[in-house]
Design a protein around this ligand. Sequence first.
Ligand code: NI
Length: 201
Amino acid sequence: MAILKIARMGHPVLARIAEPVEDPTAPEVRRLIADMVDTLADAGGVGLAAPQVHAPKRIVIFHVPKGRAQLEKNGDEDDSDVEPEAVPMTVLINPEIVPLDDEMATGIEGCLSLPGMNGMVPRYRRIRYKAATPDGSVLEREASGFHARVVQHECDHLDGILYPMRMDDLSTFGFSEEMGRSELPLGERLRAMREAGDEEI
Ligand code: NI
């Protein structure tokens, strides 16, 4: 078990295009994934991409905790298709995402590479994704709501993209502790998230 250091925004490893993994079943890939799982558990996050731990490989891990899937309510008002189920820890190697339609949803995101900060980010509401898994099989899923958001956020890390680069309203970007002072809906939501102990993407 090893807890790895997490790179913060500005570190060059977060800005580059990560390399495809040639053999998803290789022992060194298995070790990296095990360390990523330990690192994510230690940091208290929802997802982690390999470049965030200074490994420029196309690997992400994530899980969607129970109940967390409802958070997107603060974005678009129509949340009828938000995924209600928890998603167990999932490893995606060389993932590919295809949006299922053009519909976007705006919701709160944070990132372990921008500790203490949050912003409202537009994402595709419904996607299909496909990836290799560590046992050498292929995983293919459809996702919506927070599940779809997490996958898009994590896979962006593989292309050097951090969530502020996806934002269309930078007035919603800042330190969550400070924004949580606001009486506006975003401030309310951030306070509620903190009280619920919700974790960073
Ligand atoms: Ni992130």
